[in-house]
Design a protein. Structure first.
Ligand SMILES: [Zn+2]
Length: 225
């Protein structure tokens, strides 16, 4: 994907199957989907690090000694080569970050709550603090996710969004999570931001959507140096 060309940075589709163990799928199906995916993208499945995502803003720096599943976590950062990071979604925004100068990557799970908790900012500050990253070297991709056309929330939440981030991100009860994340990234000095515009609910049959079909699988964003 464009500026991520020297590394692996992909979003899976329905054709890659469900990748989450917590959605009433058979374990062997998920195991098999994960193995096939690793073959497709040529990484070591046993090294893959994923998260027990909890809609918070806990971002962890990981390496090959870290557990394969990081508990209570919505963001992963590493500078280690051949260590694939995975974020699982079905409407929430999978955000991938890449600092090609310092060789640092991140995978973030940005649903509404984590967006409100500014998980993108938390990740960027950690990249700066721990790896001496400069914001201007960090590139971001926001993957397939539910967009402002379909992301309707309660009146109360729409009001909170307007108060916290501005009325440009609210249209009636619909809110623009991609726009909010973009503004957070921009405020933190990130200039190179790509947003994939396919809405998981209304314009993409290639991705799982929780709002479209509550009992659904999860697709993933995967990034590896
Ligand atoms: Zn839509």
């Amino acid at each position: 994907m464009n500026d991520f060309k020297n590394i692996l940075a992909v979003f899976t589709t329905i054709n890659d199957g469900n990748l989450a163990y917590h959605v009433e799928d058979k374990k062997e199906n998920v195991d098999n989907n994960r193995i096939q995916l690793a073959k497709k993208y040529n990484y070591d499945e046993t090294k893959l690090i994923s998260m027990n995502q909890t809609h918070g803003n806990n971002v962890q720096i990981v390496n090959s000694n870290s557990p394969r599943i990081i508990d209570d976590c919505d963001g992963l950062i590493t500078n280690e080569k051949d260590l694939p990071l995975m974020v699982m979604v079905a409407d929430c925004i999978p955000i991938l970050l890449y600092d090609d100068k310092k060789g640092v990557i991140a995978a973030l799970h940005a649903g509404r709550n984590s967006t409100f908790l500014k998980i993108a900012e938390v990740a960027i500050l950690k990249m700066k603090e721990n790896f001496d990253s400069n914001s201007s070297d960090i590139k971001a991709i926001l993957g397939p996710s539910i967009q402002k056309c379909c992301y309707e929330v309660s009146v109360e939440l729409a009001n909170i969004t307007e108060k916290s981030f501005g009325k440009e991100f609210v249209n009636g009860r619909n809110i623009d999570l991609q726009g909010i994340n973009k503004s957070i990234l921009v405020q933190n000095g990130v200039k190179n931001i790509k947003i994939l515009n396919n809405c998981t609910k209304c314009s993409s049959s290639e991705h799982f959507s929780y709002r479209k079909d509550h009992k659904t699988g999860r697709f993933a964003g995967i990034i590896k140096l």
